[in-house]
Ligand binder design. Structure first.
Ligand SMILES: Cc1ncc(COP(=O)(O)O)c(C=O)c1O
Length: 471
């Protein structure tokens, strides 16, 4: 492909995407297609001869675009994948073109500086001081894994990196944790059974009495506490644990406090509830996902660490082929010595460009609008005799339930699943179901700057009709 073809196709693609954004609200949000059909349309041997970009684009328009889940659609209220900012999308395009490998300074000097600055901005939002640092990661899963590994390494006196886990350790988190915490417990070698998943109160915050009992119990049995994981925005209800109390308990035990703010971190930009994550700055490490509620395109997670030095202690290996012998002053920041990932995409560019283009105030206004939409739904649900909300929303996630007509639990669960299916088939909205304390709920989560109150009204109308009419 010569630069002329690149230029022409590039212009066409930007035109196509601009039209896509203008029209996305009129498209069916979720494709009416079977997985087998999708497999079938892509089923072909690898192409031996190339074709023109016009041909390739024609195929994309035929096979890819009609069958996407349109998270850019204003009726997408689903799993936490926001509509990405146009500035961020352009940033990702530039990142691919420059292909800087942020793992090593030699393959991206300015990109390394940009990531360090972006991480600094995120650390400032948390309220961390000068000694803090971090990495942009593939997402919250990797960030939670790194947070727990830092806990393990510090608590073992930096022996676990070499010897593995020899003692029996335990970590403590609420039953409302994200599944990535279970995977991280497995990956750091304490096993999923080493994770104490503790009951929550009626606002889905970890019960401190249960935490203290679990700590005592483990110590009585010779099991060593390693870390407490606080939730700052649970996936289901956006609940925030009492982070100040968790810090106090972690200090009493001399253990690490990691906080999962993968979703809830966006609230740091809120102008209406700026103090919701009080105590976050006291955590030893924090997960915060710009590709969630900062509206950055995938992928862009972050692990932020109060004491940057811990990252180097955990990951500081320097093989000969990566050592820059002439950098005797260690001026060149080498992410591969301070992070888990080696080759790393130039993730900061899309975050940096979004922050520059919109400013934190504007992004905060989008976040507050999403929170207001959840509250609007809560008010409508509270005024309706046949619906209930599990709890008043603190962020944009809200879980509601149909309580009309007498039926047993199994039938009510089936009704919620049927209605979600109908909503998906309507092509106008997308929501999911979840289970909270044994009951099934609709989970609705606006994380989209294209969503307006009328979309929430439309969803609730559709839910009312569908719930009343399901047999
Ligand atoms: C609270 C929380 N933590 C962690 C994650 C995992 O993040 P990712 O999907 O970016 O790996 C999620 C995902 O929704 C989440 O809601």
């Amino acid at each position: 492909m010569d630069t002329q073809e690149f230029r022409r196709t590039g212009h066409q693609i930007i035109d196509l995407l601009a039209d896509y954004f203008d029209q996305v609200g009129d498209k069916p949000l979720f494709p009416d297609v079977s997985p087998a059909h999708l497999q079938h349309i892509f089923d072909e041997p690898p192409p031996q001869a190339g074709e023109s970009m016009d041909e390739v684009m024609r195929e994309l328009e035929e096979k890819l675009l009609p069958y996407c889940s349109h998270v850019n659609h204003p009726g997408y209220f689903g799993l936490i994948t926001p509509t990405p900012t146009p500035a961020g999308i352009l940033g990702d395009l530039i990142a691919s073109a420059l292909n800087q490998n942020i793992g090593a300074y030699a393959i991206g000097p300015s990109g390394v500086a940009m990531e360090r600055q972006t991480v600094r901005w995120l650390c400032d939002l948390v309220g961390y001081g000068a000694g803090a640092g971090g990495n942009l990661t593939s997402g919250g899963m990797t960030a939670n894994f790194i947070g727990l590994k830092l806990a393990r390494d510090q608590i073992s006196g930096d022996r676990a990196q070499h010897e593995g886990v020899r003692d029996q350790w335990a970590a403590y988190v609420s039953e409302e944790r994200h599944v990535s915490i279970d995977k991280a417990a497995d990956a750091i070698g304490i096993g999923r059974e080493g994770l104490r998943t503790l009951p929550t109160d009626d606002r889905f915050q970890i019960r401190l009495d249960a935490l203290e009992t679990a700590l005592e119990e483990d110590k009585r049995h010779g099991i060593k506490p390693m870390c407490i994981i606080g939730m700052a925005g649970t996936t289901n209800t956006g609940s925030v644990d009492d982070l100040v109390a968790l810090r106090r308990i972690a200090d009493q035990e001399s253990i690490w406090l990691h906080v999962d703010a993968a979703y809830g971190g966006g609230m740091l930009l809120s102008q209406t509830s700026p103090d919701l994550l009080k105590g976050l700055e006291q955590a030893d490490s924090v997960t915060m996902d710009p590709h969630k509620w900062f509206y950055a395109p995938l992928d862009a997670g972050a692990v932020l660490v109060k004491n940057d030095e811990r990252l180097t202690r955990s990951f500081g290996l320097q093989p000969a082929y990566l050592t820059e012998q002439k950098d005797t002053e260690r001026e060149r920041y080498q992410y591969f010595v301070h992070s888990f990932e080696q080759s790393r995409r130039f993730r900061s560019l899309k975050i940096w460009m979004s922050f520059k283009r919109y400013g934190l105030k504007e992004i905060g206004r989008w976040i507050d609008a999403n929170v207001k939409q959840a509250h609007h739904l809560y008010d409508m649900v509270s005024a309706h005799p046949d619906f209930e909300a599990v709890v008043e929303p603190v962020m944009s996630a809200i879980c509601i339930r149909y309580t009309g007509r007498a039926m047993d639990d199994a039938a009510r669960t089936a009704l919620h699943h049927d209605v979600v299916q109908q909503i998906e088939e309507s092509g106008k909205f997308w929501i999911s179901t979840t289970v909270l304390k044994g009951k099934t709920y609709f989970r609705i989560n606006p994380v989209n700057f294209r969503t307006r109150q009328e979309h929430i009204d439309g969803l609730f109308d559709m839910l009312c009709t569908a719930c009343e009419n399901v047999n």
